[in-house]
Design a protein around this ligand. Sequence first.
Ligand code: 26V
Length: 803
Amino acid sequence: MKNINKESFKKEYSKRFLELTGKRIEDGTNEQKYYVLGSLIRGYVMNDWLNTQSRYKKNNKKEIYYFSMEFLIGRLLSDNLINLGIREVCQEALADLNIKLTELEELENDQGLGNGGLGRLAACFLDSMSSLSIAGHGCGIRYKYGFFNQKIIEGKQVEVPDNWLKQDNPWEVKKKDESEIIKFGGEVRLENVNNKLVAKHYNYEAVLAVPYDTPVVGYDNGVVNTLRLWSAETVNDEFNFEAFSKGDFSRAYEYKNSVESITSILYPDDSNYEGKILRLKQEYFFVSAGLQSIIKKYKNKNGEIRKLNEKIAIHINDTHPVLVIPELIRILIDEEGLSWEEAWDITNKTVAYTNHTILSEALEKWPVDMIKKLLPRIFLIIEEINERFCRELWSRYPGDWDKIAQMAIIADGYVKMAHLAIVGSHSVNGVAKLHTEILKKREMVDFYNYYPEKFNNKTNGINHRRWLLKINPNLRDLLIENIGEGFIKDPLRLIEFKDKLEDKLVLEELCIIKLDNKINLADYIYNTKNIKVDPRSIFDTQIKRIHGYKRQVLNCLRIMDLYNRILENPCMNINNRTFIFAGKAAPGYLLAKNVIELINVVADKINNDKRVNDKIKVVFMENYNVSLAEKIIPATDLSEQISMATKEASGTSNMKFMMNGALTIATLDGANIEIKENVGEDNIIIFGTKSEEVLEIYNNHGYYSYDLYNNDYRIKRVVDSLVDGTYSNDRERFRIIYDNLLRYNDEFFVLKDFNSYLKAQDKVDKLYSDRCNWQKKCGLNIASSGVFSSDRTIQEYFNEIWS
Ligand code: 26V
């Protein structure tokens, strides 16, 4: 990064402003000021970007490609400024020009190209790869519309399109000259060419894949990697000419629209797999484009195609990009002339796969007929992989038809994508210890027995530069003051903060920082929701996708129960609490939508009931996204991680809260278990049914929610209040939740864990009353959080999978 000083920056900024807008700064809008700043910073990065690529080429370094349908980047301006080490100088220079940097930072639209944890993880990984000087790039889709915006109208979620590109995006560079052609449909014939059978593809529909590159800036190391997102266009900007020349304009544009629709929308449902052909098109589109461009670049570097796996690693984020496997085989055989055995071997050594869920509803399986029709050559290759795999199984388990049918890639008219991923890659990992164990012992046990060496765990992590340095500057300063800057590049050194917690002054500082952050959030809540909350109350937060297994219902029911109890006993001696929720429901997920409505209705009732108002308030914050999380997390005292044990593969917000000095109330699920191991059981509040018990109950069907309801007065009262008119005159309004708990036997053990949860919450209340002790526990959480930096995670992927 070139050296910049305040004066030169001011000159360059003013010059660039005029060039890009044709205006003087004082006549420009804030949007223009943001855009000019972004494009100037991108300009600064260009040299490092080029140099990084030349270095990789010269050193012949192995390059990693992280393929993901989702990258949930959020904003980039301040992260880039921090990683370049120029935020302060820019802030001062802009101030001289009468521009507030923080105002411009708030103007940036979130790049919300992801549903939740999986997409955000991919974004954290990009930062860590650059910051650790690993040659690792992202490959994905440039959706025209990101994850929908959520509005709450009369308590209900309403979805509004996220037209994020309405604001010019200063970070990306379109590289039309590096476009690729993607082929759909048509038919494939095996033809004899020089005594060799060669697959020829005819009558296909060609679509142009155009790359947009965004620089991924490392922290203080001059490294700039690339996030390459692909957009669909018609080849040669054509539309249906025949229709056009006949004056049938709408049909002429239909073609253009149908091509562009491939990259128009992000599927907003991460909990329910639907076999939509458009989604399959998206998957093949970006996989094929990404692979073609990687191989072109590799061959340009004089790479010998048979050594591809020595210089390239491809990682697939869940099964969504799993067509990488047959597509790479296709390229190696059909275009590079390799034999099946060679192509298979190279592909297997190149590709690694991460599983992110055991929820069977989310597992991808595509109808054979759909793949056959849309991707005829790819289907032939999958068939061949399946046949060879089944033959192998037959020789290992002769006669065991059941096992072979269970493990086959193609069965019952479907292609099972997880099976293809396991068979076709050399590494399969889960995202937390428990999750990986469940994969090995249950969900994928047959595959684990067959390929034990492929399975491994890589516990998730978060980018601590964004989720600590950037979002909590006062905490960052306190840490630097006490333990120096070492932890920024080596987050495990956060543990050095532990010794400092004996100092009362440090604890007091921690307390002041948290209060300050809470005051900021309280102001934000007041400005956006017109609700006054007390910054001295416990900020008790559950922010994440709304899903049955994440159990926002459990949280809401205990608030309803607490409300009942305060009304019964107005002098009840408890710490005041502010309950904060945020999260989006998949548009078609009725239970989740009903939960949002319940929280909003309960909030409305409680917030307007003077009898309880100095004690509790409930806030549902609209439109949860990365930027909103950045505001809420530093201001939280209590982090709610209350999924039903076995269901949350890892969770990552749990790590963000911990790092910002919140205490966690948690079930022993996902990475919560490892948080407990690291921070110690006295510094986390654990409750609820454990994973072994859950699995046991699954086996012996030993749970009846109706019995619990009938035998427990408090449970009965709170469940009844869903349908007895307490919260709504329309007694059917929350019927879905009610039925879920009773009629459908409470799939996620909400009632089963209810009492244990209430006890744990009482414990939280007691702990909070001893503020000094509480603060120390918060400090211990911060000090123990280094292991959950994605730098640690990426180093493990690098050492154990990619190199
Ligand atoms: C699945 C599907 C199904 C088809 C339609 C679109 C779509 C989009 C995303 C997904 C992925 C669901 C899996 C997932 O997001 N898992 C989460 O991954 C996080 C990162 O590893 C982890 O922390 C969460 O616990 C896990 O739920």
